[in-house]
Design a protein. Structure first.
Length: 282
């Protein structure tokens, strides 16, 4: 897929498992398990899909997945699969080495979105992409340093604090444009100051949905994660987003869907639903 000057590529990394009930909130299991079957511990499979943008002199990565160097207990709890598909190996298949990445946009700092931002080198955590500028919302960074008891387990400071210590982390405020084709849109339902990323030209728009829409099955309005700190805010954010997505036929990019990379949506009298579904970027 090409939008403006950028060629877009999905970068698949390790898959993992999270509790299905937590992923779908108030939705009963007989409904969500049709699309997201659970294992014997009620865990559904999540991808950790990054997006690579290549254009001009830039190689831009959106989110960095779970990363590596987790202990065996952690990997067992979260059921790591496809562990051979690391972020680095997937980028190398595109002939890209870590020192060639120019920008890393982080939707937020939960471990499954920024885990690959740092790497353990000789016993010390270092930025994985040493020549890149990393971008995250200032309000979210401050939240990540002092989370609540409810979401503390989602943050591991060794996965993002070294970025700040090395002077690579750009803390930005409010909606932001990295250039004419890339917009950062702030949302607050899932966590404080998550930023979802809109890539657009005169012909096409792709929205990297982060944790607003983890799976393609989260399109119906009531399908909201139990992890969200403000689910009613998430509900309103979906309502605000969908009319433009339908009118302009946006591609919605799903970070966590293990099979569906992107989709367009439409609406009938029963609500919103998938229109065209893509397992590869068109």
């Amino acid at each position: 897929m090409k939008i403006g000057k950028y060629n877009l590529s999905a970068i698949d990394t390790v898959t993992f498992g999270l509790d299905g009930g937590a992923m779908f909130g108030i939705i009963p299991k007989p409904l969500w398990q049709k699309f997201n079957p659970a294992d014997e511990q009620n865990r559904v499979t999540l991808g950790a899909r990054s997006l690579l943008l290549e254009g001009g002199n830039r190689k831009i990565l959106i989110d960095t997945g779970i990363g590596e160097n987790w202990d065996e207990k952690f990997k067992s709890i979260y059921r790591f699969d496809r562990i051979e598909n690391t972020l680095i190996s997937s980028l190398q298949k595109k002939n890209i080495n870590p020192d060639q990445v120019t920008d890393v946009i982080l939707t937020h700092l939960h471990f499954d979105h920024t885990g690959g931002s740092t790497s353990l080198v000789n016993g010390k955590w270092e930025p994985t992409f040493p020549n890149a500028k990393y971008y995250v919302q200032k309000g979210h960074y401050e939240w990540a340093l002092n989370p609540t008891d409810r979401d503390r387990a989602s943050f591991f400071q060794n996965r993002f604090l070294p970025l700040y210590e090395h002077g690579l982390l750009n803390l930005i405020n409010q909606d932001y444009k990295i250039d004419d084709e890339i917009d950062f849109i702030i949302i607050n339902g899932h966590t404080t100051a998550q930023q979802i990323i809109k890539i657009s030209d005169l012909s096409n728009t792709l929205l990297y949905c982060g944790d607003l829409l983890p799976f393609s099955s989260h399109i119906p309005l009531p399908y909201i994660m139990g992890y969200d700190l403000q689910p009613l805010v998430t509900l309103q954010e979906k309502k605000n987003l969908y009319p433009n997505a339908i009118e302009e036929n946006w591609f919605l990019f799903f970070e966590h869907d293990p099979e569906v990379i992107a989709a367009t949506i439409t609406k009938n009298d029963k609500g919103y639903y998938l229109k065209d579904v893509f397992t590869e970027l068109p």
